[in-house]
Design a protein around this ligand. Structure first.
Ligand code: F6P
Length: 320
C-alpha cells in the first residue's frame, strides 16, 4: 500500500497521540503517504480527512488526549454509514486504515473488514477490556493516575480513621480497580467479574478496626455500581464513617506513561508493517510481551477479555 489513513475513536486514552505519531512516521519512513481523519468515524463519513507530515506529529508523544479528536458515533453501526466511510476513503485514494480505540472502534474496523476494506485495529482504551491483547494503550497511565489519588486518599483516611470508597472507571471490566487497588494497597477491591457479599465487606473493615487499623480503602469498579450506592448499602451493615470519591474523567487525561508511549509506538509501527504488505482485517496486541496480530473478526466474535483474576486472589491474601 502507498496511501493509508489513521483515526482515533471512542473514549480518548493517553498514548493515542504516540500511536498516531508512530503510524505517521513509520508510514513515511516506508515511503507511504499517511492521512489523518478527525473525529473518528464521524469525521470519516463527513470526509474530514487531511494529509499528515512528519512535523504534524512533532511534539505529540507526550500529550494526552488525541490531536485527531475523537467521537462516539453509533451511526457507524449502520451499513449506510460504513459504505459512506469507504466511499470517502476511496475518494482520497486511501488503501488501508488504522483505527485506534476501544470496543466500539474495533466493531467499526470489523465492519470495514466485512465490506472487504483493509483495516487494522489498535487497542486504545483505559478500560483494558479489548480481546486479543494483554494491555491497551492508556491503561498504564490511567492506573498510575488512580494510584496517585489512592495514595492521597490514604493520608486522609488514616488521619481521620475513615473508610474510603473510591469509584474507578472500566466500564464492565475490573482491570483498573484490580491493578490500581493492588498497587495502592486497597483493603478490598470490588469488580464486576467477582460476586461480593456486603456483609463480608463490612466484616473485613471491622476486623481491621479491631486490630487497630486506621484506614480502610475500598476500590469499586463502576461496572459493579456507583460509589455512592455502594456506601449506602455498606451503611446498612454498620457505621464505618465512609466517604466516597468518584475519580471520573481525571482517569482519562494526562501525559502518557513511558510504558504507554512505548506500547503505542510499537503498535503503530506494527500496523504500518501489516498494511505495507496489504494485510488488513487484523487487530494488533501484546501477548506475553510480544507484539502480535490477530484476525479482527475472530477476535471480536470469539474472544473475550479476561481480567487477571489472580490479582483478585493476591489482594485477598496480602491486603486486609
Ligand atoms: O471507555 C472509557 C470510559 O472512560 C469508561 O471507563 C467509561 O465508562 C466511559 O468511557 C465514559 O464515557 P463518556 O466519557 O462518554 O462519558
Amino acid at each position: 500500500m502507498k496511501r493509508i489513513a489513521v483515526l482515533t475513536s471512542g473514549g480518548d486514552a493517553p498514548g493515542m497521540n504516540a500511536a498516531v505519531r508512530a503510524v505517521v512516521r513509520k508510514g513515511i519512513y516506508e515511503g507511504m503517504e499517511v492521512y489523518g481523519i478527525n473525529y473518528g468515524f464521524a469525521g470519516l463519513v463527513a470526509g474530514d480527512i487531511r494529509k499528515l507530515s512528519i512535523s504534524d506529529v512533532g511534539d505529540m508523544i507526550q500529550r494526552g488526549g488525541t490531536f485527531l479528536y475523537s467521537a462516539r458515533y453509533p451511526e457507524f453501526a449502520t451499513e449506510e454509514g460504513q459504505l459512506k466511510g469507504i466511499e470517502q476513503l476511496k475518494k482520497f485514494g486511501i488503501e488501508g486504515l488504522v483505527v485506534i480505540g476501544g470496543d466500539g472502534s474495533y466493531h467499526g474496523a470489523m465492519a470495514l473488514t466485512k465490506h472487504g476494506y483493509p483495516a487494522v485495529g489498535l487497542p486504545g482504551t483505559i478500560d483494558n477490556d479489548i480481546p486479543g491483547t494483554d494491555f491497551c494503550i492508556g491503561f498504564d497511565t490511567a492506573i498510575n493516575t488512580v494510584l496517585e489519588s489512592i495514595d492521597r486518599i490514604r493520608d486522609t483516611a488514616t488521619s481521620h480513621v475513615r473508610t474510603f470508597i473510591i469509584e474507578v472507571m472500566g466500564r464492565d471490566a475490573g482491570d483498573i480497580a484490580l491493578w490500581a487497588g493492588i498497587a495502592g494497597g486497597a483493603e478490598q477491591i470490588i469488580i464486576p467479574e467477582k460476586e461480593f457479599d456486603m456483609a463480608e465487606v463490612a466484616k473485613t473493615i471491622q476486623k481491621g478496626r479491631d486490630r487497630g487499623k486506621k484506614h480502610s480503602l475500598i476500590v469499586v469498579a463502576e461496572g459493579v455500581m456507583g460509589g455512592n450506592e455502594f456506601a449506602e448499602k455498606l451503611a446498612e451493615h454498620g457505621d464505618y464513617h465512609a466517604r466516597v470519591t468518584v475519580l471520573g474523567h481525571v482517569q482519562r487525561g494526562g501525559s502518557p506513561s513511558a510504558r504507554d508511549r512505548v506500547l503505542a509506538s510499537n503498535f503503530g509501527a506494527h500496523a504500518v508493517d501489516l498494511l505495507k504488505v496489504g494485510r488488513g482485517g487484523l487487530c494488533v496486541g501484546i501477548r506475553d510481551n510480544k507484539i502480535v496480530e490477530n484476525d479482527i473478526v475472530e477476535t471480536l466474535e470469539k474472544g473475550k477479555h479476561k481480567a487477571d483474576l489472580s490479582l483478585y486472589q493476591l489482594n485477598k491474601e496480602i491486603s486486609y
